[in-house]
Design a protein. Structure first.
Length: 63
């Protein structure tokens, strides 16, 4: 499971980078979302990695 937190603003970013954040379910700074560790999610994270903080967590740590 990946814990993904936005740490930099989406203001003045490319449209496709904003769309990637939307696809990840992130709509504001400081927001944290959880996703299964899959190649598609890893690809999205890699595209906007400069705006995100990513941690690998166990499913028990989510709550």
């Amino acid at each position: 499971m990946l814990k993904i937190t936005q740490v930099k603003s989406r203001i003045n970013r490319k449209k496709d980078h904003k769309a990637t954040l939307d696809a990840l379910g992130i709509s504001r700074m400081g927001q944290t979302v959880y996703h299964e560790d899959a190649p598609t999610i890893r690809g999205m994270v890699q595209k906007v990695a400069y705006m995100l903080q990513v941690e690998v967590v166990d499913i028990e740590d989510k709550g």
